[in-house]
Design a protein around this ligand. Sequence first.
Ligand code: NDP
Length: 260
Amino acid sequence: MDLQLRDRAVLITGASSGIGLATARLLAQEGVRLALCARDEERLRAATADLAERTEIVTAACDVTDRADVESFVTEATARLGGLDGVVCNAGRSLMSTIDDTTDQQIRDEFELKIFGALHVVRAARPALAASDAGSVVIVNAILSRQPESRLAVTAAARAGLLNLSHSLAADLAADGIRVNSVLLGLVDTGQWQRRYAESGSPDDFTEWSAEIARDRGIAARRFGTAEELAFPITTLLSPRNSYTTGATLEVGGGVHRYV
Ligand code: NDP
């Protein structure tokens, strides 16, 4: 099936590893021209060097919590790619902590990352997306946004705010013909979890260690997802073929259901 993405321009935040990188790879295969950012530009360039053989790419160091940084990245991306058709707000991480062991500053930082990490990008990209005939935003969020966990208390609250905000953005940006959808993740084997595995000192290999966590969290598939398994739904939401899908939340969590 032709996803009608060839030669379109898509910007992805947090593209140097995990889900952002896997999405960049899949979009490059579809002939999409890409603007990619992360804070560590050297790591970003190394991770995406091979993509330049397939498609046109713009890479830049950009912290999504810094409005000026984001505006300058979006301006450069729009100029070099001749516009933007899609944005994937993916950059981020989780803060593993309970309310009791989180400082006020950590809480502020977490909300800053989740809310402004998407909002700065959407605001800066809005004129370019409005000029496209298929403007689309995909916000990478988590099932946690609907189901809090005490060990991720602050992240869960910030994600709930982001999910709520994504619905408002879908309603507001519809006037400009821009679709806004969220992909809610369960547990995905990426840099975040590889770091946690290394810190755990577990004698098990990663597959056994992560399968135990998946069982503990009630994931029907009994394993973590892969970044590639997230890249496909993100890509299809960007496709102009999904033209009537906006304000939607797509859960990709291996069959975890804690509510109906
Ligand atoms: P990775 O750690 O593999 O990748 C995160 C990417 O985001 C990196 O490119 C990182 O690069 C970048 N990044 C982090 N902070 C910033 C920032 N402030 N500004 C710009 N770039 C930033 O993580 P995942 O692929 O797992 O995560 C992707 C998204 O999915 C994140 O938002 C994460 O919170 C979310 N998620 C992941 C889950 C999982 O199980 N993996 C579960 C639920 C949600 P650099 O450090 O150089 O900036």
